[in-house]
Each structure stands twice: as C-alpha cells, then as structure tokens.
Design a binder for this molecule. Structure first.
Ligand code: BGC
Length: 318
C-alpha cells in the first residue's frame, strides 16, 4: 500500500506518495496562494494530489491513507483549529479534501511530522525520544516519544515557538509578544539584520542586499558572519544565544535523547551547529551530567511529506 503525504506551507503545498519505509515514490507541488478562500486552496491541494497519482499510475485503491502536516494545530476530527501564519481558523480540511479522494485523513503539526520523519528514516532514527525544532518563517516543535509523535492531550503540546522568551518583547503573529519564534526564526534573523544594517552602513550586509533592507535574507546575514563582517557576526552571535537558550529550555523541560535542528535556517549546517553546541553548556544547571545531543536534520525539504504520510501507517509497524 502507498501513503500520501502532504506538506502544507505558507508558500507551497508539497505532495508525495510514500511507501511503508518512508521512501518517496513520486511527488508534486502547487503554490499555496495564502489569503484565498480555504476551499480554493484545498481544491488545488486535491487536484495536485490526483495529478501526482495519475501521472505515476496510481489509483485510489492503491492508497491506504492521506497525512497532512500543517503549520498550526488540528483537532482529531480533521479540522484545522489554528494556523497563525496562514490566517486559518476552524477550517474543515479533512472533509474538504475527502471530496477529491475518500480515504482516512490524518493531520498533525508541520514540525511534529518532520520530527516523526527524522525518527523514521533520518538523523534521530530509532532514538528513545527527540524534539525537532523547525527554524523557518516561524518556529515549530516536534516531539517523538517511544516511536510515536506526541502532540499532547489537547493536541497543542509542541508549540515550542510560542513559549514566552521576553515579556513585553517583539509582537508575535499569535497575538502574544516575546514568543521564542520572534528570536529564533529566519524572520528574526532578518529583523535583527535590518537593525544592524542601519547601525553599520558600510557592512557587508548592506552590500549583499544592495542597500535594500527588503532584499535581506537570513542566508545573507549568515554569509556575512562567516567572513567576519561585524554586523553579520553580531546578529549571528545574538541568534545563537537565543537558539541555545531555546535548546536549553527543551532540555530542562523534557530531556530528550536528541534535539534536531531543521527548517531553512538549519541549512547553515556545521557553522550553526558548532556555535550552538558550544553555547549550550553555559546554561546547563547540571553541568556534569550528560544532556541531549544536538544534530542538524538530514531529510531536508522531504521531511514534511515523509512524516505526514507516515501518520497513516499503522502504529504497530512503527
Ligand atoms: C506555528 C507552529 C508551526 C511553526 C512552523 C508557528 O508559528 O505556531 O504550529 O509549527 O510556526 O511552521
């Protein structure tokens, strides 16, 4: 049997057919077009799903289930309750999608499914417990304990990005302020980079974005830091400090075997990993005891599709 995995993001909807081991057999993509009525967005999702199936010779009978990773939370009846960065509230995602293919639909948080994928066939494969942190437009958390995703009793348990980090701090899209994701996301790197650009007008940061703050990306900030540009380095060091504290928060609260850094920012690889690993010990309270291994995700952009698809795989096979 084959499982459909759908990764719903703010920019694109990625859809793949996945086998029981987590291997992607074929995939496709369609733009999300945030802001349109949800029926249209889910309609494009449904059409794209049928096209990926048709183009690759799969029929409805070949499909066991559909799994969807969303940048928010859903209830157990398949309704999206809250998707802050997409502006969705109470959207009947499962019911709408079943109009296109009538199969069981499983929905979970995007970071949760990415963490599940890393557990199945990525860097945290087979671990006792893991927490995945996706560092992108927002910051999400994915907890896997004993081989199954853990989203809490009410389904809201892994919203790491909205842990308060600074009372009265930077306003968040969720309505609160000072949330962890305001300091550890790609969005945060860009915000901090823009602040440093005006403070250091001759910096490499300014050159890289042609003196246009609107063109600044998180990658430009890290590229500047790598060659010791002062503005870039200040942002990088500040960012690493926040991220190390985020990891420390996870360690203190949950003590997982491994913390996996994923999402766009994690593409910085060892440059980021080495700095975060070096920073964490200064925060630990039990300095002589072992603590969570910190790793970079290994499945890249495919994690969302794989983990979503595997939500539909029976638990006993996990
Ligand atoms: C949302 C999370 C999501 C994360 C990454 C956060 O703002 O609250 O649910 O996992 O962004 O998309």
């Amino acid at each position: 049997m084959v499982y459909i995995g759908i990764d719903l993001g703010g920019t694109g909807i990625k859809i793949g057919l996945v086998d029981e081991t987590g291997k992607i057999l074929c995939k496709g993509e369609t733009p999300t077009g945030v802001g349109r009525p949800y029926e249209e967005i889910i309609g494009d999702m449904g059409q794209c799903m049928l096209k990926v199936m048709g183009d690759n010779g799969y029929k409805a009978d070949d499909i066991a289930a559909i799994g969807i990773g969303i940048p928010g939370i859903a209830d157990t009846d398949g309704n999206v309750i809250f998707c802050t960065n997409m502006g969705w509230k109470n959207v009947p995602l499962s019911a709408e999608l079943r109009k296109y293919l009538d199969k069981p639909v499983y929905i979970d948080n995007d970071a949760t499914v990415a963490g599940f994928a890393e557990y199945i066939c990525g860097v945290s494969a087979g671990t006792h417990s893991s927490v995945f942190l996706t560092l992108g437009t927002g910051v999400g958390g994915g907890i896997v304990i004993g081989g199954r995703p853990w989203s809490g009793f009410h389904g809201i348990g892994s919203e790491v990005g909205h842990i308060p980090m600074d009372i009265g701090g930077v306003p968040c899209t969720c309505g609160n302020d000072g949330c962890l994701e305001r300091y550890t996301s790609a969005t945060a790197i860009i915000r901090m980079g823009k602040e440093r650009m005006s403070q250091y007008p001759d910096s490499l940061l300014n050159q890289l974005c042609e003196n246009n703050p609107d063109k600044l990306t998180a990658k430009m900030v890290f590229d500047a830091a790598k060659v010791n540009d002062e503005a870039g380095l200040r942002v990088f060091n500040e960012y690493v400090d926040y991220l190390a504290r985020a990891c420390y928060t996870v360690i203190t609260f949950l003590d997982p075997e491994v913390i996996v850094l994923g999402g766009g920012v994690s593409k910085a690889g060892d440059f980021l990993l080495d700095a975060v690993r070096a920073r964490i010990p200064s925060y630990l309270i039990f300095k002589d005891l072992p603590y969570s291994r910190i790793e970079i995700a290994s499945l890249g952009n495919d994690a969302g599709i794989i983990g979503a698809a595997m939500l539909g795989r029976p638990a006993k096979e996990a």
